[in-house]
Design a protein. Structure first.
Length: 199
C-alpha cells in the first residue's frame, strides 16, 4: 500500500517525505500509513488498528487477504472520501487523507465484487446454495443450514464443507459440534446479520 502511495507525487509533497527512506524501513512505512489513515476504524480499547481492520475485512474463510481485495478497498475508500467532501462533509481530521467512515463505506462494494466476480464466477454450481443464505445469520451449524437449504443435516454439513473449501465459510467449533462462520468479506453482498443462527 505504501509503495503505491509513494508513486503519487502529491502525497510525497504533502507529507514531505523521502520515498527511498520510507521504502527502506518498515517502521517508517507504518508511521506514514498512520499519517494517511486514522488509527482505528471502529473506536475502542479492544478494537483493532486500521491495518488489522483492513486485513480482517478483506480476508476470506481461509484467513488470507488477496492483494486485489485490499487494493479494491482502498480505491473504493478514495471514491467514498471524495464523495463525502463533494457533499460538504468535513475533511478528515489532522493530516489524514481518509476518514473512518470512508473505509466503512467502501466495504459493500468490495464485498459485492468479490462475491459476484470471484466466488460465484469461479464456482457457479455453488450459487444456488449461497443465494439461499441471503439475510441469514453469519454463524451457522449443520442443523441451521439443513433448515435453510431444506436438506438433511449430513447433506448440509457436506455442503458447508464445500463452501469452507472455497473460502466462503470459516470452520470453527469442534469436530463434534462444527460451526461455520462467514467472514466480513462476504457479509454485505448477502446482507448477512451478525451473530449465531438460532438452533
Amino acid at each position: 500500500m505504501i509503495r503505491r502511495a509513494l508513486h503519487n507525487q502529491a502525497i510525497k509533497d504533502y507529507y514531505k517525505i523521502d520515498a527511498s527512506k520510507v521504502l527502506g524501513d518498515a517502521g517508517e512505512q507504518e508511521k506514514l500509513f498512520y499519517r494517511i489513515f486514522p488509527a482505528q476504524v471502529d473506536l475502542g480499547e479492544r478494537k483493532s488498528t486500521t491495518l488489522d481492520w483492513m486485513l480482517t475485512r478483506t480476508a476470506d474463510g481461509s484467513d488470507k487477504t488477496a492483494p486485489r481485495e485490499l487494493i479494491h478497498l482502498l480505491s473504493a475508500a478514495r471514491d467514498q472520501q471524495i464523495k463525502q467532501i463533494e457533499m460538504g462533509q468535513p475533511e478528515p481530521s489532522g493530516e489524514a487523507l481518509f476518514d473512518r467512515s470512508a473505509l466503512k463505506g467502501a466495504l459493500p462494494e468490495v464485498s459485492k465484487a468479490r462475491y459476484d466476480q470471484t466466488l460465484c464466477a469461479e464456482h457457479p454450481a455453488l450459487r444456488e446454495m449461497l443465494v439461499k443464505l441471503e439475510g441469514e445469520k453469519t454463524q451457522q451449524t449443520p442443523a441451521t443450514l439443513a433448515r435453510i437449504w431444506r436438506v438433511s443435516e449430513t447433506e448440509a454439513h457436506a455442503r458447508a464443507e464445500q463452501l469452507a473449501d472455497v473460502g466462503f465459510f470459516q470452520r470453527r467449533g469442534s469436530k463434534e459440534q462444527p460451526v461455520f462462520w462467514v467472514p466480513f468479506l462476504y457479509r454485505d453482498a448477502l446482507k448477512l446479520v451478525q451473530g449465531p443462527a438460532e438452533q
